[in-house]
Design a protein around this ligand. Structure first.
Ligand code: SAM
Ligand code: SF4
Length: 345
């Protein structure tokens, strides 16, 4: 009874405190949370699912995040960088299949000059396509230049809001700088996406509840939340990894506290669970990000195992399959650029 009241209150007012979130995250049967999230999703952002075409343009990275296969010290992966022309070819393919947003993602690769990235952004914008960047932490002035060139959105997950855990997993990086980046991006007028990795070693439900409170506090426009999948040749290779059910609870609760934002059913969720996209879409998600890069490179962007099946253009990334899957759930394909609708205030 108490739980039902709590979910009703959350569905009506989108407010909740940390202890209540922990209670909901610990629920054995979360079906009521999922149903509430699905209703709120329908009411605020409708049945449209927005497709964002992901291009992973470099797997070089100077950081050493403990969970990630692209970390600099991992000498076992072959590194690549795409040429601007190759990136634009992929963009054109995306445009030809009706995509209205391109996400440019990479490791933290100092090789690409800001001016080069600006030129690529300007070319993409000529096609009337929104540009999302996910290229890590940069100085304020670089974010400003990229915005001026036309970038619309930026994805930078906080990964975990537990400072101690953050510092443990990110040697040489600082939690304060991560938050500074998010504040800069907001200030500069980007739509700001953040999110967490679920199932990091040492992460508790209290920490995940705190992540949700943080998302609400900074009023995130997008939230990418996925399971941590242990990757070989990283310090966390022997760990257990994230649980799908907890990821779904995090998606559903994100939808309930921030009803009008964009929430992807992440690739990691689809890799961890064959029905991951469908489950995500039923628990509040309204975005899918198919990979539209070049097959040869997709194989090398190995954050975690299982990401690219033997035939990379099949399975989780195939746009036609994804469109069919969306329609099979009685949802529609988004036709516009899919900005946050900002229904509340
Ligand atoms: N380098 C940029 C950054 O870190 O923001 C963008 C690329 S990074 C590969 C994108 C996201 O991949 C990270 O935010 C992290 O959450 C996720 N990731 C990295 N390793 C992962 C793993 N082993 N399992 C699941 N997700 C992972
Ligand atoms: Fe580099 Fe991003 Fe991977 Fe960290 S998560 S090692 S910054 S690519």
């Amino acid at each position: 009874k108490d739980i039902e009241e709590l979910i009703e209150k959350l569905e009506a007012h989108h407010n909740i405190d940390k202890e209540e979130l922990v209670t909901l995250l610990a629920l054995e049967d979360p079906s009521k949370i999922y149903q509430a999230a699905d209703r709120v999703r329908k009411k605020y952002v409708g049945d449209e699912v927005h497709l964002r075409g992901l291009i992973e343009f470099s797997n070089y990275c100077s950081n050493t995040c403990f969970y990630c296969g692209l970390r600099g010290p991992n000498r076992t992966i072959k590194r690549y960088r795409m040429e601007p022309e190759e990136i634009l070819q992929c963009v054109k393919y995306g445009a030809s299949v009706g995509l209205k947003t391109i996400v440019l993602q990479s490791g933290e690769d100092k090789y690409f000059k800001i001016i080069t990235l600006c030129k690529i952004i300007e070319e993409i914008k000529k096609l009337d396509i929104a540009v999302t960047l996910s290229i890590g932490e940069l100085p304020t002035k670089d974010y400003a230049e990229l915005k001026k060139a036309g970038a619309d959105r930026y994805l930078l997950r906080i990964e975990t809001t537990d400072k101690e855990l953050y510092q443990k997993l990110h040697p040489g990086m600082s939690y304060e700088n991560r938050v500074r980046c998010l504040m800069d991006l907001r200030e500069l007028g980007y739509e700001v996406g953040t999110g967490s990795l679920v199932g990091l070693p040492g992460q508790t439900l209290e920490m995940l509840a705190q992540d949700l409170i943080f998302f609400k506090k900074i009023d995130a426009d997008m939230l990418g939340i996925g399971p941590f999948i242990p990757c070989e040749n990283t310090p966390l290779e022997g760990e257990k990894g994230g649980n799908v059910e907890i990821v779904l609870k995090m998606l559903a609760l994100s939808r309930l506290i921030l009803p009008d934002i964009n929430i992807p059913a992440t690739t990691a969720l689809a890799v961890k669970d064959k029905a991951g996209y469908i489950k995500g879409l039923k628990c509040g998600a309204n975005v899918i990000m198919p990979n539209i890069g070049i097959d040869e490179y997709k194989k090398l962007y190995k954050l975690y195992p299982g990401k690219v099946p033997d035939n990379p253009s099949e399975a989780v990334n195939n746009i036609e399959n994804i469109k069919k899957l969306i329609l099979s759930q009685n949802r529609t394909i988004g036709k516009d650029k899919g900005y946050r609708k900002k229904i509340l205030n």
